[in-house]
Design a protein around this ligand. Structure first.
Ligand code: FAD
Ligand code: A2P
Length: 277
């Protein structure tokens, strides 16, 4: 039989277009996991932005979804923090990825949660529910954040305490991070304040972000002055209902929403598109 010569290209493992290789996976709860992938050499992004990632569908058409990049822009890998939706077209499968697997990554980062979309200020508030902490996992690890702001306050709220673990570990590791402690010394712990709360399970700090800001409880607990448009900036990332309610609270305090093209006192991005939205 006549056989075609096997080319080098054909011998290589078939790769997806825009492929990235999974390097690590960690499951935090039954419904939350994080994973790391190789970073395409050409991919530049601003900490806080999101990209489209996915897997090939059964009909050959890729299933792509928006994902915040959770790693900072200096990292040579990319990290993502994901929900597992049991019947979700993407995450019902994505939750089974293992190191060595490939995912599709469209290298076009975009988003509103970037430092350039805010006016200069003294304190920067990161307000997140659930997987909405992902863009802040990037921004909290970016030294640029601390160059622009004297203090960063990470408020993260979930229903249960185990859903806070990814963020809690990240903050704990940051407080001993060699890069940031070299720049800011032991004072770094005072520059990054962390306020994790639960709403449906007892934990040391409780309550919705909206309530803890409106009542002043978070200010009293952390020893901070009232939120005001001269000094405070904020970034919001959660469900649509959460975003709408936090926006109203901040507007009530005199802060206004900005954008890349029009920097103001706060910016908002949806952590996911909910049913019917
Ligand atoms: P889908 O059909 O997309 O969603 C099914 C339903 O699950 C939705 O209608 C909604 O009710 C619920 N749902 C989807 N995502 C979430 C979530 N993250 N938290 C709670 N409920 C959810 N998801 C992440 O897990 N991590 C991210 O970093 C992330 N970043 C995003 C950034 C942007 C700008 C947007 C718009 C969405 C982001 N999402 C993120 C949501 C993501 O795009 C997908 O919706 C999610 O991966 C589920 O995909 P799916 O195909 O399994 O289910
Ligand atoms: P709660 O338990 O009081 O509803 P969800 O899983 O529904 O997206 O909620 C994630 C977290 O965000 C929960 O702690 C939830 O509190 C809180 N949350 C949901 N909706 C709002 C809202 N509109 N304003 C403030 N917090 C909210």
């Amino acid at each position: 039989p006549v056989t075609e010569p096997v080319t080098e290209a054909a011998k290589a493992k078939p790769t997806l277009p825009d492929a990235a290789t999974v390097t690590a996976v960690k499951h935090w709860t039954d419904s939350l996991f994080s994973f790391r992938v190789t970073r395409p050499a050409s991919l530049r992004f601003r900490s806080g932005e999101f990209v489209m990632i996915g897997l090939p569908g059964d009909n050959g058409k890729p299933i792509l979804r928006a994902y915040s990049i959770a790693s900072p822009n200096w990292d040579d890998e990319l990290e993502f923090y994901s929900i597992k939706v049991p019947d979700g077209p993407l995450t019902s499968r994505l939750q089974h990825i293992k190191p060595g697997d490939q995912i599709i990554l469209r290298p076009k980062p975009v988003g509103t949660l970037v430092l350039d979309a805010l006016l200069p200020g003294k304190r920067l508030w990161f307000l997140a529910t659930g997987t909405g902490i992902a863009p802040f996992a990037s921004l909290m690890r970016d030294p640029e954040t601390y160059e622009r702001f004297e203090q960063v306050i990470m408020m993260h709220t979930c229903r249960t305490a185990d859903e806070l673990t990814y963020g809690a570990e990240l903050v704990a590791n940051l407080r001993t991070d060699p890069l940031l402690t070299e720049i800011y010394g032991d004072d770094f712990a005072k520059r990054l304040l962390y306020y994790p709360t639960t709403t449906r399970e007892a934990s040391p700090l409780m309550g919705r972000i909206t309530d803890n800001i409106a009542s002043g409880k978070v200010l009293a607990d952390l020893g901070l002055p009232p939120i005001n448009p001269a000094e405070d900036r904020a970034m919001i990332c959660g469900s649509l209902a959460f975003n709408v309610d936090v926006k109203a609270v901040l507007e009530g305090l005199g802060l206004n929403e900005g954008a890349n093209s029009d920097p103001r006192e706060f910016v908002v991005e949806k952590a996911f598109v909910g049913d019917g939205v």
